[in-house]
Write a protein that binds this ligand. Structure first.
Ligand SMILES: CC(C)(COP(=O)(O)OP(=O)(O)OC[C@H]1O[C@@H](n2cnc3c(N)ncnc32)[C@H](O)[C@@H]1OP(=O)(O)O)[C@@H](O)C(=O)NCCC(=O)NCCS
Length: 308
């Protein structure tokens, strides 16, 4: 069957939404999938969407979002792309169309001298066929609400109206985000835009109105009950954020993600309250030939708000 693979055009917007919604989401979600990806599914950002068409009909789709991976110590910048929203229309599955679409992705990655492609998926076998393997490291801390019954937070904790956070406020939060050596660069405008994702709770910790920390819980259909991004002035501020997340979500269990270089003195203070902590690959990645990322791939960490 003849397919053409090309970048997204705004007139395919309705077909793209329909394909992604029906392939990747529960039909009863209270909002469209486009609201979960305000940057990569914005019709104005067609350069981040690759489409396979058959006779004018959208048959398959994948986002490819160029980003910078930064080494916080040397300030070196590595150009990578995030891949997401991968779906083939049911009537075209099993015909090699996604493999063909990925060949287009790899060609673009080569042309743009990207160093790696990163994605999040449980379909390990499918992506292994396309050359992806475990990439990066994250620690998953599981807490039970009961452990926080006696915990007294050191500051004021609140749920903020995230839609009121302008770029300046986001800059303050980015400065407070916990340091990790290899992560993605994000500017404050992108941060402000990503805060619009539904089912994303923003909790802050302040002393005399000065921001000491923040935590993000949930993100659209993903990461329910997971604190996937955070910053805190010290471990007790972080524990206070977790406690506040329990109060706000009323969940009995929450997960906190931490980077691979999370400091020992911080983890010692978390351990007594945690049910368990486990080490995992952070994502799937394909490191492109001659990339220096190969030397430190296991040390890479991407905060939840950046994942697609
Ligand atoms: C997963 C999906 C994108 C595959 O698309 P597709 O166009 O059918 O894939 P292709 O026909 O190009 O298959 C490429 C290869 O992957 C294999 N493959 C396809 N789906 C697979 C799966 N779910 N698990 C493992 N291997 C799979 C094929 O057998 C083929 O292998 P081969 O080249 O050795 O014969 C499609 O099934 C889909 O849209 N699923 C629902 C949405 C989804 O799960 N998206 C991924 C979210 S991360």
């Amino acid at each position: 069957m003849p397919f053409t693979t090309q970048f997204f055009q705004p007139e395919w917007g309705a077909q793209r939404s329909q394909l992604l919604q029906s392939s990747l989401r529960d039909p009863y979600m209270g909002y469209p999938i486009t609201h979960e990806y305000p940057i990569v599914l914005n019709p104005k950002h067609g350069a981040f969407s690759i489409c396979a068409l058959n006779d004018g009909r959208l048959a398959a789709h994948a986002n490819m979002w160029p980003r910078s991976l930064i080494d916080a110590r040397t300030k070196q910048n590595f150009r990578i792309a995030l891949i997401g929203n991968v779906a083939t229309h049911p009537s075209y599955r099993g015909q090699g169309i996604m493999r063909t679409l990925f060949e287009f992705v790899f060609e673009k990655a080569h042309d743009e001298q990207l160093e790696a492609l990163i994605l999040w998926s449980d379909l390990d076998q499918f992506y292994q066929k396309l050359g992806f393997a475990a990439f990066g490291t994250e620690y998953r801390w599981v807490f039970g609400a009961n452990a926080f019954d006696e915990f007294k937070g050191p500051a004021n904790f609140a749920v903020e109206n995230k839609l009121l956070w302008n770029a300046r406020r986001c800059e303050t939060a980015l400065a407070a985000r916990h340091a990790t050596r290899y992560t993605l660069e994000r500017n404050s405008e992108e941060f402000a835009s990503l805060l619009h994702i539904p089912d994303l709770l923003l909790i802050t910790c302040s002393v005399f109105d000065k921001l000491q920390g923040y935590g993000l819980v949930g993100k659209g259909a993903d990461m329910v009950g997971v604190i996937h991004e955070w910053g805190a002035s010290d471990p007790s501020c972080l524990l206070g954020l977790i406690r506040e997340a329990f109060v706000q979500t009323k969940l009995t269990e929450l997960m906190l993600l931490t980077p691979p270089d999370f400091e020992k003195d911080w983890s010692e203070q978390l351990h007594p309250l945690a049910k368990r902590v486990t080490k995992h690959a952070m994502a799937l990645g394909k490191i492109l030939p001659d990339s220096k990322i190969l030397d430190f791939a296991d040390s890479c960490f991407v905060w939840g708000l950046d994942s697609i």
